[in-house]
Ligand binder design. Structure first.
Ligand code: C5P
Length: 478
């Protein structure tokens, strides 16, 4: 902890120095909720000290992106949730004029760099214990102790990266400390409740229909079926002409909702786990208005993710910086389009022949001609929660606009614990590509003519991980 806090303080001092020198800074954030909150936390900390900056949200740092960024001729660059595995190229482009905040796995060489603050450098598990937004928050809190209110955005970032992996949707280690800061600063409350999407904002049947974790067969994405199911279970869905929300339900009514959903979940072999996924810690943003998608921190994260993935990351940043007028209205429109698009992808993938190819250790899912490259991660996360894909890794691919192939990989329930998709993707992308990520969620982008070699490495490594695990079990039994 001391090491991480010390490094965060030093990086904060570097940024402070640039503010004092009136340098023009570019903050570059990854396009998901964690990247957007991570970039926004640093932006807000700089803004509060009167510094100069712009924020850019981007998909990945490829050599081409670095050239683009360089054209802007900024004095200093701050990378948020980006740059793992790219330190050498970034240095070539910007010399010593950059710092990075991240939680992705990095090589031993990169761990030695002092202008990076990354969870793994200090033996924190960046997949589960702290997000990039958490790291940015620690830097911001070292820049000024009055930045503790930014802890709320760090909670949103961690939820966006599904770091609520403790019992009942709780968070672990450093994230717990950040949650405590948020509670103490009066911007967060944590309660046990139904973890349905839109508990503050949506009519109850729509909240059930919008829930993708867990994926509820026949109900997720099907508003009419949800309305019929909840009505026949005797749940009062309206107050006069107004639809009620999950947040308004009594204890008794909440139980009724769970009982109505259970029969759909029990179609799955892992039904007990799925039912457990329905109830847990709900993170309420105390300073946000009721009935907005920002009130529930998970919904806030989904909104930011939607903005980033639909190519509107700037709207997400404005919301994080405090715009509750035009940016929020725009964000609400974006999320409607985003949900519609994702639902369409899921239905098409599941119904069109040839889109799902089952192998020994993975499902290869073909999104070519259907899935936008920026939406890959959101789609693979949804697919990874579906019972029919359990036990094998999901490798989702799509052809990109400039002729490459982009991959998004996810572990599913029942995958071997030793399987590390992040290192597999990093290794396989040595063929004209970039790739990496976490053990449970990773991605890569490669030149299309290197696909055969790429897939061979993936297949070999998946087989190895599965065989190693069986050997371990054999030896334990002996
Ligand atoms: O895009 P997706 O959500 O699948 O990405 C999963 C993880 O893999 C993210 O943490 C992302 O930063 C990482 N990734 C990467 N290189 C890529 C694509 C994704 O490191 N080319």
């Amino acid at each position: 902890m001391e090491g991480l806090f010390g490094r965060a303080k030093k990086i904060g001092e570097v940024i402070d120095q640039k503010i004092r020198e009136n340098k023009n800074m570019m903050i570059v954030g990854h396009l998901d909720a964690d990247g957007i909150t991570s970039a926004s936390i640093i932006a807000k900390a700089i803004l509060r000290k009167g510094g100069r900056f712009i924020v850019r949200i981007t998909n990945s740092l490829r050599p081409k992106t670095l050239l683009d960024l360089k054209e802007g001729e900024y004095d200093f660059y701050i990378f948020c949730e980006l740059g793992a595995g790219m330190a050498k190229q970034i240095d070539e482009a910007f010399g010593g004029r950059w710092v990075a905040m991240d939680h992705h796995q990095i090589s031993e060489d990169e761990k030695g760099l002092e202008n990076i603050v990354n969870a793994w450098q200090f033996d924190f598990d960046g997949t589960r214990e702290v997000s990039a937004a958490g790291i940015s928050y620690i830097v911001a809190s070292k820049m000024d102790k009055d930045n503790t209110d930014l802890s709320c955005l760090a909670v949103v970032g961690a939820l966006g990266d599904r770091q609520d992996q403790g019992e009942g949707g709780s968070m672990l280690e450093l994230n717990k400390i950040i949650i405590n800061d948020a509670i103490k600063s009066g911007c967060l409350r944590v309660v046990k409740d139904l973890m349905l999407y839109g508990r503050e904002t949506k009519p109850i049947h729509e909240a059930v229909a919008s829930t993708i974790t867990p994926f509820i067969p026949s109900l997720t994405g099907n508003r009419d079926a949800c309305l019929a199911t909840l009505t026949s279970a005797g749940i009062r869905l309206k107050e006069g002409a107004r639809w009620r929300t999950i947040a308004e339900l009594s204890e008794e009514e909440r139980k009724k909702v769970v009982e109505a959903i259970i029969p759909y979940l029990t179609l799955a072999p892992t039904a007990t786990d799925k039912v457990r996924e329905l109830i847990g810690d709900v993170y309420i943003m105390e300073r946000e208005d009721e009935y907005t998608p920002l009130k529930d921190a998970r919904e806030f994260a989904t909104l930011l993710n939607a903005c980033g993935r639909m190519g509107r990351g700037g709207v997400g940043v404005l919301i994080c910086l405090g715009d509750r007028n035009l940016a929020l209205q725009e964000g609400e429109r974006i999320i409607t389009d985003y949900r519609y698009t994702l639902n369409n992808y899921v239905q098409t993938i599941l119904s069109e022949e040839g889109r799902v190819v089952g192998g020994s250790w993975s499902f290869m899912i073909v999104g070519d001609g259907l899935v936008d490259e920026n939406m890959l991660g959101s789609l693979s996360s949804i697919l990874s929660g579906m019972t029919r894909f359990e036990g094998k890794a999901i490798i989702l691919r799509t052809a990109t606009k400039d002729g490459d192939i982009s991959f998004s990989a996810r572990k599913t329930k029942g995958c071997k614990p030793n399987l590390n998709l992040g290192s597999i993707m990093a290794e396989a992308s040595r063929f004209d590509g970039v790739g990496g990520g976490h053990d449970v969620a990773a991605g890569a982008r490669i030149a299309s003519h290197r696909q055969v070699e790429f897939l061979k490495v993936i297949e070999d490594r998946l087989r190895q991980a599965n065989e190693d695990e069986s050997n371990d079990i054999d030896q334990t039994q002996e």
